[in-house]
Design a protein around this ligand. Structure first.
Ligand code: NCD
Ligand code: ZN
Length: 351
């Protein structure tokens, strides 16, 4: 067994569901889940109800996160007609999120003139994050190169996508990407076992896609969870929404990969903390750290998570990693399985 102290994790793709989705997750439960996972800063997605698309909705969302227990940055979301309004509010956001492909919530932009308007208007210097699958990855890279924008591809899941991104990087284009743990540790062969609890966008892919993500790990910039909580009732119901929680399982899974020799601890720290912090302009505060253990095998539990829906698609998997203690700006905020952070211990970033 070995003990290690790492910098606090920075997760650039999290759905905190505030405002409007508090039956799925609240600021308290979502930011507690982050701390229990060793994550000291999260970037929250704008597909809320109402969505975060302009200065007024961003200000309201920022105010609603005042009780956060970890640091939180908030994305603006693109719509068909908010290119100017989003750009005008950019100072208070961590980036612009564009959903090119269909997923949970009404935010979606797929027409070229509208996409181009966003790329033209958005201030250079903060990333444009795209939910772009398959051929849409090429659209995103092309628009970024044309308009001189930093394009960040969310939750890359297929061999064809990571191969194109690796080639674009080789060609010197300013494109970065993230991969979610569920696409590294699960694939479509897990679906019969998981049922509707294994549905997310992008979907679990073929074993060959999962393997390609591992073999192209040098082209991956960040591990980001796409923590997308939905209640057990919703997932088991007639119209199961896509998405799985992930904040509390990233380190147990990634530390298991270290244990198995699939990546080094130094590379884990780059992928989960230092590179996402640098790409999104987040200062990882001094004295924010996570103490972890690599060693004894255990099974991830069905229940007992901080995230409000209290389920995990990874339950039952054998892991060799555990979060022991999380410290935020010198204060112990998670220890021995308990949250010790006070509400408001986190900061709303980009203010
Ligand atoms: C996300 C959600 O539930 O908000 N769902 C998902 O399957 N990933 C939306 C998204 O990130 O695409
Ligand atoms: Zn998402």
């Amino acid at each position: 067994m070995s003990l290690h102290t790492l910098p606090g994790l920075v997760d650039v793709h999290v759905h905190l569901r505030v405002p409007g989705g508090e039956h799925k997750e609240t600021v308290a439960s979502g930011t507690s889940a982050a701390l229990a996972g060793g994550v000291t800063a999260v970037l929250a997605m704008p597909n809320t109800s109402p969505p975060i698309t302009d200065g007024a909705s961003l200000d309201a969302a920022r105010a609603a996160h005042a009780e956060a227990r970890c640091d939180v940055g908030i994305f603006l979301g693109a719509t068909d007609d908010n290119a100017e309004a989003a750009a005008a509010a950019a100072d208070g956001a961590c980036g612009l999120k564009i959903y090119v492909n269909e997923t949970f919530g009404p935010l979606r932009v797929e027409a070229l003139p509208t996409l181009a308007a966003h790329f033209a208007a958005w201030p250079r210097g903060k990333p444009i994050v795209l939910h772009a699958e398959e051929v849409a990855v090429a659209t995103a890279i092309g628009l970024g190169a044309t308009y001189g924008q930093h394009v960040h591809i969310a939750h890359v899941s297929r061999a064809q996508e990571i191969e194109l991104i690796a080639a674009a990087k080789q060609a010197g284009l300013r494109v970065t990407c993230e991969v979610a743990p569920h696409h590294l540790f699960l694939c479509e062969t897990d679906l019969p076992r998981l049922g509707t609890f294994g549905l997310m966008r992008p979907p679990l892919a073929r074993p060959a896609d999962r393997d390609a993500l591992w073999s192209h790990l040098d082209a991956v910039d960040c591990i980001a969870t796409d923590h997308a909580p939905h209640s057990r009732e919703e997932k088991a119901g007639p119209k199961p929404p896509p998405g799985v929680p992930g904040l509390e399982t990233t380190l147990p899974l990634m530390l298991t990969a270290v244990h198995e020799g699939r990546l080094t601890l130094e590379r884990l720290v780059e992928l989960c903390s230092t590179t996402p912090a640098r790409l999104f302009g987040i200062e990882t505060p001094n004295e924010s750290s996570v103490e972890v253990e690599i060693g004894p095998a255990r099974q991830l539990p069905e229940r007992g998570w901080q995230t409000k829906p209290d389920w995990s698609a990874f339950a039952g998997m054998t892991v060799h990693g555990r979060v022991l203690r999380t410290t935020l700006r010198g204060q112990v905020v998670f220890e021995d399985g308990r949250i010790t952070a006070r509400p408001g211990a986190g900061r709303v970033l980009f203010g």
